[in-house]
Design a binder for this molecule. Structure first.
Ligand code: SAH
Length: 368
């Protein structure tokens, strides 16, 4: 099933100042500039990020007059939802449309008593990984911090999971594994994740957040220092020749440099493991010899290997490895002492699985 839809609800550009996506310090500065007392920042923050309110009139600890004053100046934005689809396996995908008509997707992958929201960092991507559908889409722009944090907020809206203290919940984890390369939109991603981790707001702990990168090596040390979230690396190949071809950023930052950065990642020493993602491509990277080489390469790194069966898309130049080959690969990695779960494809019927996300923004489509 493909998605072609006009946006039903589009984020209106009201010309007001959006409170979503501001750091606490920025919100404090805004309020200060308007002569509003500092304690209001804490209150409003709590209403927006703990209770999830989108309307100042719901902020019942704030007097009506002040509510009106705030509403005249500020917005509490959400990405517009163009389409929302739910897979037969429960996976839910939102095609979001932003104020400028650009579009991106977010996905929720439910498990029995938890679930991860897969968040996008860019509209399109610059990386051109050959097995990834998003890579065939031109890079349009970085998402703002508001648009990034807004994806998790709209998922909470959709599942009715406000306030933040509500238990049990379906949305427990965040994976920065949607469209785009998060480390090429570093400042906005850091800002958004700091908002998400704030304990007086959305309050998702850094242990429940995974940032996945194709390997922007110079930025890796900073993630540890700035966020301390879980790190995932899209490795996918065990030699530079193949990785140059399927993950072209490898030409700039080859495997040896990437693994050095992983060895130095502060959190890796801290009993937490780095996840290596490895897409299983038939006849490309899936032999027992590849598995043994993988084990050799990552030795010394506290790691887990996430084997991802290739998810097909129209015109894709690859096929998924056979179940037997995936099992044999997993077995070798496992025997070497690494956990090597095979990622179950989720939401393939709605093109929500890894690497299947691709959208064209409305404007691009119209002009085409
Ligand atoms: N740019 C970042 C974030 C994207 S994460 C990164 O590369 O890590 C999306 C994950 O899905 C990556 O591991 C990506 O390599 C993988 N992927 C992409 N296309 C895929 C496909 N067709 N089948 C399975 N996994 C795919």
């Amino acid at each position: 099933m493909s998605i072609i839809a006009e946006p039903a609800i589009q984020t209106p550009d009201t010309g007001k100042i959006d409170l979503v996506g501001m750091s606490r310090a920025e919100m404090a500065a805004e309020f200060d500039r308007l002569g509003l007392p500092a304690f209001r920042v804490k209150q409003v923050w709590h209403w927006i990020y703990h209770h999830g309110v989108r309307d100042f009139t719901e902020m019942t600890t704030i007097a009506k007059g002040m509510q009106q004053e705030l509403a005249g100046i500020f917005d509490i934005s959400r990405p517009g939802i163009s389409t929302e689809q739910t897979s037969t396996d429960g996976t839910r995908k939102w095609l979001m449309s932003f104020a400028d008509g650009k579009m991106a997707e977010a996905v929720h992958i439910p498990e029995f008593d938890r679930g991860a929201v897969c968040v996008s960092s860019q509209v399109g991507c610059t990386l051109n990984c050959r097995f990834c559908h998003t890579g065939t889409q031109l890079m349009v722009r970085n998402l703002t911090a508001a648009e990034i944090v807004g994806q998790f907020m709209l998922a909470r809206d959709s599942y009715g999971e406000w306030p933040s203290s509500k238990e049990p919940r379906q949305l427990t984890n965040i994976v920065m594994m949607g469209m785009g390369e998060p480390l090429y939109n570093y400042d906005n991603v850091v800002k958004a994740l700091r908002i998400v981790m704030d304990e007086e707001g959305i309050n998702v702990s850094r242990r429940r957040i995974t940032l996945s990168t194709a390997g922007v090596v110079p930025m890796i040390p900073q993630i540890g220092a700035d966020l301390g979230v879980q790190l995932a690396i899209s490795l996918h190949a065990v030699n530079d020749d193949l990785r140059d071809e399927i993950v072209p950023i490898n030409k700039k930052y080859p495997i040896a440099d990437l693994l050095d950065a992983c060895r130095a990642y502060p959190e890796a020493r801290n009993s937490r493991r780095i996840t290596f993602e490895y897409v299983m491509l038939k006849g490309m990277n899936d032999t027992p010899a590849d598995a043994r080489e993988l084990v050799r390469l990552i030795s010394g790194i506290p790691a887990k290997i996430n084997l991802i069966p290739f998810n097909p898309w129209p015109g894709a130049p690859y096929e998924c490895s056979t179940d037997e080959d995936i099992e044999a690969f997993a077995e070798i990695v496992n025997r070497a002492g690494y956990s090597s779960p095979v990622r179950k494809p989720r939401g393939r019927d709605i093109f929500a699985a890894c690497g299947q996300l691709k959208t064209e923004s409305l404007r691009e489509r119209k002009s085409a």
